[in-house]
Design a protein around this ligand. Structure first.
Ligand SMILES: Cc1ncc(COP(=O)(O)O)c(C=O)c1O
Length: 400
């Protein structure tokens, strides 16, 4: 009999991390590999934030803190919600965790009972379904299409809700599609949710500040204040402040839920790193101008990548509103063969052959619940992106 718990048989390791690891291994073996698999900004953490962390160390702020965050950080998070989202939260409604990931995990573990359904629009961030399964719930996928720019429509949401639905996990701009819901698109969804009081909303706003052109970010509790009492608004410093390694994320919601989440955290990791918490205070309270400057760079890269991928034979790539991902369809390559005779039967074959022949690492759409697609992260230098997209074009042209 295996030592491993049966519950673990229901979940799989993070595929995006696996792709990044595989690309790193090939690189270490001397292959010329360009990794477009990682979901983290290539920019450095700003100096004022690093300095705040150094100060925290020299001042001895290196001890345990309150389980779900120091008061200074909770206060800074409340100010952020007011400033950016016009949402009023008290510190008692805030939970700080080890990355946004832990906030989602805590919320699901703290609330799910066996048989509870959690709606997840597809394509989705890889961790949502597995976290729901770990919590004993049932992920229920709501598929979207490239034609709707990967956005769920009100009628799709309505049709997916049952008396067992406990949560909708909403993510805009999305990882992996980059799709962002406008105020009106979101309002159509919140109108549906108003009719189903048993459904809570877990909104993952990690990519809030990475939006382009005329697009304006909106979040459910802001669009429909009547949903405030059943919304967990989750966000973090990882993407906006280039702080992925510092591991600070946060959520805001009703006190009962926040307390339950702290209970879960108190019996697992306890407080997030004290030094990172002080760095996050500086991130949220300090200068914010660099965020828009960096978003401008991401926007230029998005335009470059979308244009180059749309010139590749067999690919079609919608222009997303935000994040740093595009999610092209490779339907036009399915059924073809590489010059070496490998048949491309699905998006996994496509990304495997692309990595093998051209050394470009991307993640297949099946991992995100919508095929045949693949995810390209453009959080890397313009030179590397130009080279990688050129290689993708050459790969697609070589298929027969
Ligand atoms: C949509 C989404 N939510 C949450 C996270 C987790 O963020 P963190 O690194 O703060 O745990 C990520 C990271 O990739 C993400 O893409």
């Amino acid at each position: 009999m295996s030592i491993i718990a049966e519950s673990l048989g229901r979940i799989k390791p993070s595929v995006t991390i696996a792709v990044t690891t595989k690309a790193a291994e090939l690189k270490a073996a001397g292959r010329d590999v360009i990794g477009l698999g990682a979901g983290e900004p290539d920019f450095d953490t700003p100096d004022n934030i690093k300095d705040a962390a150094i100060r925290a160390i020299t001042e001895g702020k290196t001890k345990y803190t309150a389980v779900d965050g120091i008061p200074e950080l909770k206060k800074a998070i409340c100010a952020k919600f007011k400033r950016d989202n016009n949402l009023d939260y008290e510190p008692s409604q805030i939970s700080v965790g080890t990355g946004g990931k832990q906030i989602i995990y805590n919320a699901l573990i703290a609330t799910l009972n066996p048989g509870d359904e959690v709606l997840i629009p597809a394509p989705y961030w890889v961790s949502y379904p597995d976290m729901v399964l770990l919590g004993g719930g049932e992920p229920v996928f709501v598929p979207t299409t490239a034609a709707s720019k990967f956005k769920m429509k009100a009628e799709d949401l309505e049709a997916a809700i049952t008396p067992k639905t406990k949560w909708l996990i909403f993510n805009s701009p999305s990882n992996p599609s980059g799709a962002g819901y406008s105020y009106n698109e979101l309002k159509a969804l919140t109108d549906v949710l108003l009719r189903h009081p048993q459904v809570w909303i877990l909104t993952d706003d990690m990519y809030e500040h990475l939006v382009y052109g005329e697009f304006k970010f909106a979040t459910p509790a802001e669009v429909e204040p009547k949903l405030y009492d059943r919304t967990l608004t989750m966000n973090g410093v990882s993407k906006s402040y280039a702080m992925t390694g510092w591991r600070i994320g946060y959520g805001a919601g009703p006190v009962e839920l926040i307390k339950a989440m702290a209970k879960v955290q108190s019996q697992s990791t306890s407080n997030p790193c004290s030094i990172s918490q002080y760095a996050a205070v500086e991130a949220l309270n300090g200068p914010q101008d660099f965020i828009a400057e960096r978003a401008k760079v991401f926007e230029e890269r998005r335009d470059l990548v979308v244009s180059m991928l749309n010139q590749a034979s067999g690919l079609s790539c919608p222009t997303p509103e935000g994040a740093f991902y595009v999610y092209p369809s490779c339907a036009g390559c399915i059924g073809k063969k590489t010059p070496e005779g490998t048949v491309i039967s699905n998006d996994f074959d496509f990304v495997s052959a692309l990595l093998e022949t051209e050394g470009v690492a991307v993640v297949h759409g099946e991992a995100f619940g919508l095929s045949p697609h693949f995810r390209v992260s453009y959080a890397t230098s313009t030179e590397a992106l130009t080279e990688a997209c050129g290689r993708i074009q050459r790969f697609c042209a070589s298929l027969i």
